[in-house]
Ligand binder design. Structure first.
Ligand code: ACO
Length: 209
């Protein structure tokens, strides 16, 4: 067992419904694949380039090996892979990855949300829940997020959650078939103050129930 894993976080009420976060499950396969096949246009421009066509990489049978790989990283303390739910239903994923301990105690966060619930505060709530958890139970000191300059909704999510822009990484990540520039956003535990969730609630963007 590693600090902070496994854990269930939330719920937090936002405009789209009640947002919670729980470890990914093998039986997420059906929802995961159905939503991702439908949402190719919504997701593909922002995700790492993969081998083969979208419909193969996101078929029902491509979930079990991904689940196995993420679960084994989680067991080794290198990753915290979560499913986002809205009113109890699968609505996306949020992952804390590349967890480095010792004197760095740092990781990245990445997320996606089903097109059926976007613009309702879901991703912001999930980021707040997961980053608070990373800074408390999981014992991390810094969380980083890299985002394409064109990805206005994701930049809004990070800004609303309280992340600060640190710089521009040139031709940083192979996304949607080419090397893409990414802004680096980050936050340290000192900057999280009373917590991201507490700040969202104080700002009137979320409620505890
Ligand atoms: N132009 C301007 N603002 C927009 C647009 C747009 N086209 N679309 C959405 N927004 C705004 C929303 O109004 C909202 O701001 P507001 O609360 O001030 O009104 C904000 O962007 C989105 O905030 P949330 O509702 O909390 O986020 P949502 O649940 O909609 O999820 C997400 C956002 C995750 C980026 C979703 O659109 C998605 O899954 N996109 C595809 C995958 C992706 O880009 N993932 C992020 C990659 S980068 C990373 O992981 C660090």
């Amino acid at each position: 067992r590693h600090p902070g894993w496994p854990a269930r976080l939330g719920p937090l009420r936002v405009a789209a419904g009640e947002v919670a976060v729980r470890p990914i499950r093998l039986r997420d396969a059906g929802d995961w694949s159905r939503i991702r096949l439908r949402d190719q246009e919504h997701l593909e421009p922002w995700e790492p380039t993969g081998p083969g066509p979208w419909r193969d990489r996101n078929s029902y049978w491509s979930w079990p090996p991904q689940w196995t790989a993420l679960r084994s990283l989680a067991r080794r303390g290198q990753c915290l892979p979560y499913t986002i739910t809205v009113d109890g239903a699968f609505a996306g994923q949020i992952t804390i990855g590349n967890v480095i301990r010792a004197s760095l105690r740092s990781a990245w966060v990445g997320y996606w949300v089903s097109s059926s619930v976007v613009k309702g505060g879901v991703a912001t709530a999930a980021v707040a829940l997961v980053v608070d958890h990373a800074f408390t139970s999981a014992g991390l000191h810094r969380i980083e997020a890299t985002v394409r300059p064109e990805n206005t909704p994701s930049i809004k999510v990070l800004t609303k959650a309280g992340f600060r822009q640190e710089g521009l990484f040139r031709r940083y990540l192979d996304v949607a078939g080419d090397w893409r520039d990414h802004y680096c956003y980050a936050m340290t535990v000192e900057e999280s103050g009373p917590g991201l969730v507490a700040r969202l609630v104080a700002a009137g963007r979320a409620d505890y129930r």
